[in-house]
Design a protein around this ligand. Sequence first.
Ligand code: GDR
Length: 327
Amino acid sequence: MARALITGITGQDGLYLSELLLAKGYEVYGLVRGQNNPKIDLVRRTVPGVKLLTGDLTDMSSLLRALHDARPDEVYNLGAISFVAYSWENAQVTTDVTGKGVLNMLEAVRLYSGDDVTRVRFYQASSSEMFGKVQEVPQRESTLLWPRSPYGVAKVFGHYMTINYRESYGMHASSGILFNHESPRRGPEFVTRKVSQAVARISLGLQDTLTLGNLDARRDWGFAGDYVEAMWRMLQQDTADDYVVATGETHSIRELLDVAFARVGIDDWSGYVSQDPRFMRPAEVELLIGDPAKARATLGWTPRVDFTELVQMMVDHDLAEQRALAR
Ligand code: GDR
């Protein structure tokens, strides 16, 4: 039976990846941080088959202990401080967790593996935020990185460190450059879920308006459930490598609003949406669109859920959830 250790198990991707690996017959271990972490209940409820271990990406000895307990064949490093806007206010802790945490995990895997450097296959959750002020359209694996936030800079560090461990030690370390991926499990601080929750509440008469930041930013949005499949496929390759995982389509926040409001029968959303500088970023990533050609050709991976289906899935979920909460 294959064994996997996942950091960031309490997040959207950790939950989808756990479901995928459990269905494939893996023994799955998840790393959780902190004393009395409130998200542990969610993990236990959603994926009861996962075994939880405590540890912290900033504490390498805890990572080594987790590796000795889990004895994994595959490590998926999904743990990070992942909210871009937060990273300007908390640049150092973001750097410690999202950047240096990757080095801690790579080094722990290297020490744990001993002479057998490819004993553990490693996946790093890299991000399209690394492209920032984009130097090429669409963005691919070879596009020059130009991060625009402390979060993006930390992800670039982790990305290059992953490549460096592969090149220096021959580790089977792959980096997935994932573009935005969403689902009904997305945290409400991210724009898709903020919109789907607000649209559901507005249509049920529970809320009057929705306040957002930049409506003109464009993102390549896919479904998280599809994207975890690409992570797994990367670690099944004979050779480790880097892959862009994206849909190849881009949409603005305005288009997100069009689809979300249309789902509840509202064609003109202008009276419901306002803008506030509070939600604007000091440096914005204006346009992201990925070229997933390499993932398609090498991994045989293609996304199944398109933008409209994704937004409708999220609004439908939030309608049901908000109705149940209002009862
Ligand atoms: P992003 O996701 O920063 O792309 O990073 P987010 O959903 O936060 O922002 C997307 C775009 O929407 C604009 N926006 C708003 N964003 C939020 N959160 N709230 C608002 O009110 C709002 N109004 C407009 C933003 O300015 C931005 O342009 C996500 C995270 O999951 C990262 O961890 C991950 O690495 C990348 O996706 C790929």
